[in-house]
Write a protein that binds this ligand. Structure first.
Ligand code: NAP
Ligand code: ZN
Length: 349
């Protein structure tokens, strides 16, 4: 067994604190990774505070993991000691169901194993990236081809990157398409960058006037203040696709109204309280679709990392020390981060 320092939530109401965990020794197919950086996703906060009512304590969050390979099992083919490597939101799945066979492990019909808090359907708890070391089956480890100097900014691609890339690809976003991204947080800012790199015309919908200039720098062609009904009215029936990343319950109709006939709005934000039900007439009169999307499969995550390396895309980050995590959570709730906190794991002593 490998001992690893970590940070854990021990219940829904206390701050995260130092905690020691053990990792299994690397088996034949396993890669042992020294974690160098870990991004801070809003899902970490939802989980630490049991907002989805499924947290197993103690909980060590973190699923935007990058680091260096420390050891490999005898059957490992694609990783060598010293390589850079990434781990996202999943560390295992059944491997034989319909979804796994198609490389969509996130929809595993038997329930994938989350990097933390998994499997939520039973079995032992798993511990995430707010720790020094992780041991993962090779088939769930990603290759990183970005320059090593960008490593901290690559970490958020492992969740924020793939969660936005996957629906943008699935709904065929590209040149000639007008795409709306709702919310400029960790996911939203990657959505803007990736949709722009795919060649779409991008409009960002934000509640924060202070983010207008930034959004344009990140790749938005237009910015709309979503609380300004006159501004919103300009976009009625204009958009082919909307990616909604908002982490709180809100009225979906104001965005559904912006879709063209046959347009789709896909929800990736996962608030603890349900959204008020969308008005049926808003959907049926224009054959609009309301959809959801969960992270992305391992093959697609590698495709996303390679796409981002090719297009020189990384996340805009604020690097923090491990013991700043509780303050970081409070700031994330106020949308006071541009645009992702990333923990420098060397500060976990
Ligand atoms: P985040 O960094 O906190 O960003 C959320 C953004 O939503 C904020 O920056 C803000 O943008 C907007 N927002 C927040 N509260 C709002 C409100 N009450 N009304 C309107 N807008 C509001 O969070 P994140 O890490 O990007 O995660 C976003 C959500 O996606 C979370 O619920 C997370 O759990 C979920 N998630 C889902 C998946 C998946 O696979 N589907 C994967 C990862 C995360 P503006 O200031 O621009 O308005
Ligand atoms: Zn996440």
């Amino acid at each position: 067994m490998i001992k690893s320092k970590a940070y854990a939530a021990t219940d829904a109401h206390s701050p995260l604190r130092p905690f020691e965990i053990t990792r299994r020794d690397a088996g034949p197919e396993d890669v042992e990774i020294e974690i160098l950086y870990c991004g801070v996703c809003h899902s970490d906060l939802h989980t630490a505070r049991n907002e989805w009512k499924n947290t197993i304590y103690p909980s060590v969050p973190g699923h935007e993991i990058v680091g260096r390979v420390k050891s490999v099992g005898s059957a490992v083919k694609n990783f060598k000691v010293g390589n850079l490597a990434g781990v996202g939101c999943m560390v295992n799945s059944c491997g034989y169901c319909h979804s796994c066979a198609e490389g969509e492990e996130q929809y595993c019909e038997n329930g994938f194993t989350g990097t933390y808090n998994g499997p939520v359907f039973g079995g032992e708890n798993t511990y995430g990236g707010y720790s020094q070391t992780i041991v993962v089956n090779e088939s769930f480890v990603l290759k990183i081809s970005h320059d090593e100097k960008d490593l901290a900014s690559v970490a958020p691609l492992l969740c924020a990157g793939i969660t936005t890339y996957s629906p943008l690809r699935h709904w065929k976003v590209g040149p000639g398409k007008h795409v709306g991204i709702v919310g400029l947080g960790g996911l939203g800012h990657m959505g803007v960058k990736i949709a722009h790199a795919m060649g779409a015309h991008v409009t960002l919908f934000t509640t924060s006037r202070s983010k207008i200039e930034d959004a344009k720098r990140l790749g938005a062609d237009e910015v709309c203040i979503s609380t300004d009904s006159a501004d919103m009215a300009k976009y009625a029936n204009q958009l082919d696709f909307i990616l909604n990343t908002v982490a709180a319950s809100h009225n979906l109709d104001v965005y559904l109204n912006l879709l063209k006939r046959d347009g789709t709005m896909t929800l990736v934000g996962a608030p603890d309280e349900p959204h008020p039900s969308p008005g049926v007439f808003n959907l049926i009169f224009k054959r609009r679709q309301l959809a959801g999307s969960l992270i992305g499969g391992i093959r697609e995550t590698q495709e996303m990392l390679d796409f981002c390396a090719k297009h020189n895309l990384v996340s805009d980050i604020e690097t923090i020390k491990m013991d700043y995590i509780n303050t970081a959570y409070e700031r994330m709730l106020k949308s006071d981060v541009k645009y992702r906190f990333v923990i420098d794991m060397a500060t976990l002593k």
